[in-house]
Design a protein around this ligand. Structure first.
Ligand code: MLT
Ligand code: MN
Ligand code: ZN
Length: 305
């Protein structure tokens, strides 16, 4: 089973178009040891030729150009993307659906009823797409049952309902429901090994620690280093948890959570905001992660399990 990280950044990407925080500014000046990153998406394949796109980021066209495996060229119009699955209805995870409109058949789209509701009202993407390729809608259960993905017989996935936040255009922004945000458990049927992907996560429960303890790889929310990162830079009035993201540092933070997992599990932070100091490859923050055996995802990262 292969996972290709198409975009490892949170909304805005790195560097962000209008941002002059120390990271974005330092990157442009060439004074930082860091790599640019596109917005949040991964692709999963059992056979290396047909892929499940997990999230459709605003950077999807660039991401496809950078990933030759997504362009197998078996016909005059073709794509390695067999279906799309959404983790939430946030702009950075759904806007790319509009860029896939040139398909000749409806796009197989898997999401929870809550996410389908937000992308057909507050941000009415499915309505717009109905004038182009349309979508073939498949509702995702959040009861832990195994989901078969159309066109991808070798892939077994399960969803996990997570505590985070729906987007600002959701009527439930202040009052999240189960299904607004999910994590994805991917099983390799040949080996039984599993990977867990959760780019938006506000709370790590004991049940989640148990679930992750049974995985070979976890790809988890790496948005913010500190809870007041955006506030201290004067970029936002909101703290990390107000936006549905558990920061890495501090008591109860993601580093402490990941420290509870048994040895041997690959721990990878993903969905990284451009303000996060761990983006700087020779920073103290990055060194601390290395000490804890935690990796930082990058665009083009290939994970096999
Ligand atoms: C988030 O997950 O909080 C987002 O990255 C927000 C956004 O896309 O603007
Ligand atoms: Mn996001
Ligand atoms: Zn920035």
């Amino acid at each position: 089973m292969r996972i290709r990280v198409l975009g490892s950044s949170a909304g805005g990407g790195f560097p962000q178009w209008n941002c002059n925080c120390p990271n974005c500014d330092g990157f442009r000046r060439g004074t930082l040891k860091a790599h640019a990153r596109t917005q949040s998406s991964i692709a999963i394949s059992a056979d290396g030729s047909d892929w499940l796109l997990v999230n459709a980021s605003p950077d999807i066209l660039t991401q496809i150009r950078e990933a030759p495996e997504l362009q197998p060229a078996r016909a005059i119009r073709d794509s390695g993307i067999a279906a799309v699955l959404l983790m939430d209805a946030q702009i950075d995870h759904v806007t790319g659906l509009l860029m896939l409109r040139e398909r000749q058949t409806p796009l197989p789209l898997l999401a929870t009823p809550e996410v389908f509701s937000d992308i057909s009202s507050g941000f009415p993407i499915t309505g717009i797409l109905s004038h182009y390729c349309g979508v073939q809608r498949q509702e995702l259960p959040i009861d832990g049952s195994t989901v078969n993905v159309p066109g991808l017989p070798g892939l077994q996935v399960q969803t996990v309902s997570l505590s985070s936040k729906p987007p600002p255009y959701s009527p439930f922004r202040g009052n999240p429901r189960p299904g607004d945000n999910i994590g994805l458990l991917i099983t390799n049927p040949a080996t039984g090994q599993r990977a867990f992907y959760a780019p938006g996560l506000a709370e790590v429960t004991p049940a989640l620690i148990e679930l992750m303890s049974g995985c070979a790889v976890v790809l988890i929310d790496g948005t913010f280093w500190t809870h007041d990162e955006m506030q201290r830079l004067g970029l936002s009035a909101k703290a990390a948890l107000d936006m549905g993201h558990l920061p890495q540092s501090g008591p109860g933070g993601m580093i402490e959570q990941l420290d509870q997992l048994p040895a041997g599990i690959r721990k990878i932070l993903i969905h990284i905001n451009n303000t996060n100091p761990m983006l700087v490859e020779d920073s103290d923050e990055r060194a601390l992660l290395t000490q804890h055996g935690i990796e930082v995802a990058f665009d083009g990262m290939d994970i096999t399990f």
